[in-house]
Ligand binder design. Structure first.
Ligand SMILES: NC(=O)C1=CN([C@@H]2O[C@H](COP(=O)(O)OP(=O)(O)OC[C@H]3O[C@@H](n4cnc5c(N)ncnc54)[C@H](OP(=O)(O)O)[C@@H]3O)[C@@H](O)[C@H]2O)[C@@H](O)CC1
Ligand SMILES: Nc1ncnc2c1ncn2[C@@H]1O[C@H](COP(=O)(O)OP(=O)(O)O)[C@@H](O)[C@H]1O
Ligand SMILES: [K+]
Length: 491
């Protein structure tokens, strides 16, 4: 944003103080439209974030709202913020003396994009007073103390009701804990031209239909079941077959023309008892699996759900990746397939780099991520976004790092952050469903980064549309209204 800001000003589109006035005006409009304001408290820092606060103070006063300004430091000399403060014609009181009435409306314009160190006791004490007063907090750009790049809290940060940011969302608006601290996020247009933002070649996106809609599969008129995409899912033995069936059902509902469940002989009966349209095939070890790959050349495989975190599961994953070379387009490694591969990570990642290797999609939750990428996971300086990108580069794989703020990262640095997640998905087996959706989209020739991102979106959309009471068994069927809505949107 700093660069977008600089280019906008350099190209003579609009000056710095005009951008600041536009920012202040957008925030003021949101406040006046939403909240009754008998009085507003504006907390101002020394930089441009504070400058936006002084503009809000002036405009609210013009609208007849009494304002009190509390400053952590005076505006930097001869800055745009100093101009905005002079235009506000108001005396600021020291932040240390902050006092607000219960339920007060407070504008947090202490620090934004320029946060350069952790907040200290001054700000922490102020936030505690706001919390105790039950204040309605409107954050300018970000709740002060939240790092825009990572969503992490440096020292302290308030919980805002509303955050008004400019031009585009930043990672902190979507990554935890920032996502929660921001409250509702409104993106205001302050006159930064779209071409300037596009010219920055930003590689991080909100995960929504705009990102991958154009590549979402449509079945060709002359398609047949195998041409629509064939997914193979590996089942565990008799005590843990459900996970693979969830994945298989989801793959079928997500548009794979054919889904084969590869089952050990001793689990064939139980799988058969639960399956109708899914093809069942015996597969008791690598030779039988390879026979299937050679005979059917499936477009995508899911390996991991329910398989158990034994070393054999991990060794099999490496063998499978090697055996699949040239035969299978894509492999989704999930659940125990990830955990068990940890001791063989170097071999696995090397296999993913071989010529003609199947493209690999890894779908870890936080625990699995930590096992497969221990050094990256332990690096506290990295955000979830950066961790996902590093892992994708190391593994030469798409990394779909799950959670309430799911990140999908590609080895080339592209990343998407989920925006439609819902805690309804926090139910056993929902991850197995997700791996099936990813595989189905891959099998239908959607490019891997887009397929993984679209799967995350559809999975959450299905859960939202189904609503409370959702369990993993419901999810494959719940994809239908989500798919129908997507279809209408893409038409
Ligand atoms: N992008 C855009 O298009 C537009 C952006 N705009 C606005 O500009 C904001 C960015 O402004 P900014 O760069 O001046 O940084 P900002 O957040 O005010 O902080 C810098 C000051 O705070 C200080 N400081 C930092 N951390 C501190 C701490 N923990 N404890 C104490 N002090 C600390 C820091 O001190 P220093 O690091 O110099 O020691 C410096 O003095 C952006 O968020 C948006 O609101 C709009 O005006 C319109 C267009
Ligand atoms: N609080 C939450 N908000 C949004 N999504 C969530 C939340 N908790 C879990 N999820 C999603 O639910 C799924 C759970 O997957 P996983 O942990 O692998 O479950 P399982 O192993 O039981 O299938 C993931 O897609 C994850 O992103
Ligand atoms: K702020």
């Amino acid at each position: 944003m700093a660069e977008a800001d600089r280019r906008t000003i350099a190209e003579g589109n609009i000056s710095g103080i005009e951008l600041m006035r536009a920012a202040g005006s957008a925030i003021t409009a949101e406040i006046l439209a939403r909240y009754p304001c008998p009085l507003a408290h504006i907390l101002c820092g020394p930089g441009n974030n504070g400058g936006d606060g002084y503009v809000v103070a002036r405009l609210l006063a013009q609208a007849g709202v009494p304002v009190k300004i509390w400053a952590s430091a005076p505006p930097r000399e001869s800055s745009d913020a100093a101009i905005a403060a002079a235009e506000a014609e108001a005396i600021a009181a020291p932040l240390a003396e902050l006092s607000v009435e219960p339920g007060a409306l407070v504008v947090d314009a202490l620090y934004g994009a320029g946060l350069s160190k952790p907040l200290g006791s001054l700000e922490e004490a102020a936030f505690a007073k706001l919390h105790d007063a039950g204040a309605i907090i409107v954050a300018v750009d970000l709740p002060s103390g939240v790092s825009g790049d990572s969503g992490a809290v440096l020292g302290a940060a308030p919980t805002a009701t509303l955050t008004v940011t400019f031009a585009r969302k930043k990672p902190a608006h979507l990554l935890l804990p920032g996502k929660v601290l921001c409250g509702e996020v409104v993106v205001a247009d302050i006159g930064i031209p779209d071409q300037i933002v596009e010219g920055l070649n930003v590689a991080c996106f909100e995960n929504d239909v705009r990102l991958w809609g154009a590549q979402f599969p449509k079945a060709a008129v002359d398609a047949h079941k195998y041409r629509r995409g064939h997914v193979g899912v590996f089942s565990a033995g008799p005590s843990a077959t459900g996970a693979a069936r969830l994945s298989a059902m989801a793959a079928a509902r997500a548009g794979a023309g054919a889904v084969t469940l590869l089952s050990p002989a001793n689990a064939l009966a139980i799988n058969a008892a639960h399956l109708t349209s899914i093809i069942l095939r015996r597969s008791d070890g690598l030779p039988e699996a390879v026979e299937f790959l050679e005979a059917r050349k499936p477009d995508a495989l899911v390996y991991g759900p329910g398989l158990g975190p034994h070393p054999e599961t991990g060794r099999f994953a490496v063998h499978l990746l090697n055996a699949a070379r040239g035969l299978v387009g894509h492999i989704v490694l999930d659940a125990d397939g990830l955990t068990a591969s940890a001791p063989f990570a170097a071999e696995l990642f090397a296999a993913a780099r071989e010529k003609d290797a199947s493209s690999l999609v890894l779908t870890p939750h936080e625990g699995e991520f930590g096992r497969l990428f221990p050094a990256i996971a332990a690096d506290k300086s990295l955000s979830k976004l950066e961790k996902s990108r590093k892992a994708a580069a190391e593994a030469n794989a798409i990394v779909l790092y799950k959670g309430a703020d799911t990140v999908v990262a590609a080895p080339d640095g592209r990343a998407s952050i989920s925006t439609n997640g819902t805690p309804l998905l926090a139910t056993a087996g929902s991850g197995d469903v997700l791996s099936g959706i990813v595989a189905a989209l891959l099998a239908q020739k959607m490019p891997p980064f887009e397929a993984a991102s679209a799967a995350v979106w559809l999975h959450a959309e299905a859960a939202r549309r189904f609503g409370p009471g959702l369990i993993a068994e419901d999810l494959p069927m719940a994809l239908l209204p989500a798919l129908r809505a997507l279809d209408a949107q893409l038409a």
